[in-house]
Design a protein around this ligand. Sequence first.
Ligand code: MRU
Length: 355
Amino acid sequence: MKPEIELPHPPAVVWKEGRLWLLDQRRLPTETVYLELTRFEEVREAIRDLAVRGAPAIGIAAAYGLYLGVRNAPEADETGFWRELRRVAERLSASRPTAVNLSWALQRMVRRAERMKGSPLSEVKEALFQEAEAIRREDAEVCRRIGEYALSLLEDGMGVLTHCNAGGLATAAYGTALAPLYLAQERGWRLKVFADETRPVLQGARLTAYELMQAGVDVTLICDNMAAAVMQRGWVQAVLVGTDRVAANGDVANKIGTYGLAVLARAHEIPFYVAAPTSSIDLETPTGEEIPIEERPVEEVTQGFGKRTAPEGVAVFNPAFDVTPAEYVTAIVTERGIIRPPFAEGLRRAVGTTE
Ligand code: MRU
C-alpha cells in the first residue's frame, strides 16, 4: 500500500532511528522543525499543546507514544507490564478529548497486545511497534480512498471551501477533506479552493494554505467572517471539511466554526460534505450532544501568537470544536464509500465492513 502521490510538504509523523519525530505544527508555516521524542509524556504534551494535531495524526502519534511508554518496561515483571500498558494508554487518551481517533488507536494497540498475552514481553513490545506502523500506513491508504470517493462529488472548475486543516499535516498522507483536492490537482483539474483562516489557532492560514500552496493548488485565504460573502458571490460550489468525531446519528464534531459554515451552506444551497475515516466514527456516542468538546486556554483568543488583542481580564469562551447537526450534512465520505442521510444505518455498515 504505497501512497501514489508524493506530497511536497514534510510529513507530520515520522518514526526514525528508534524515535518519534513530530513536525512541530505550531511553528508552521515559517519554520520546519521536528520534535524528537523518546518518552510517552513528551508525546502527551505534544498532542495537548498542538505540536501534532488533526484527528488521524494524533491517533498515530499516540500509538507510537504507547509503544515508547512501555518499550523499556522490565520484561521480568509480567503484571507490572500490563498495568503500565493500561496506565500509559489512559494518560495518552486523556491528552485531548474530542477526536475519537485517539482512543480508537490506543484501544487498537491495547487489543493487539492483549491478543499476545502469554508470549514473551519482548514479542508483545515488538507487536505494539508493528501495530503503530500499521496504523500509520493504513491511514495513508484510507486518505487516498476518501480522496477518490470525494472527488466523485466534485467537478473540474468548482470552487471549494474548507475549514481548519484536514490535510496531509493532519494525517499520515494526503489528508481527508484535502485528499480530493490533491487528486484533482494530479489529474489536471482546476479547482479554486477557499481556506478559512480558522480562528483562534489559524490552522487554515498556517497549515491548509501552506500545504495546498506547496502542492500548487489554487488556494485563496479568507478570514472566517468572509465565508458568507464568498458564498453570496457564487464562488463556492461545495464545502468540504474533516471531522474529529461522527456520532452514531451523523452529527459531526469538527473545528469551531464548522457548524456556522454548514448553516451558511444550507442558506446558499451549497452541498456540505464531511470527509471521515471510519476511525473517526463513534457508534458508542449516540448524538452530537454527548461528544465532549474541548475548551482551550483563553490566551489563544486574547493573545494568539504573542500579541495581546483583547483587554486584560476579559471573559473568554474558547471551545475548540462545535457540532454540526446531521440535518445540515449532505454526505459523509469514508474510505468505504459515500454515506447519505439518514446516516445511522450507513455509518453502522461502514464501521462494520472490513472489506
Ligand atoms: O484542533 P485541531 O487542529 O486538532 O483540529 C483539527 C480539526 O478540526 C480537523 O478538521 C479534524 O481533526 C480532521 S483532520 C483530518
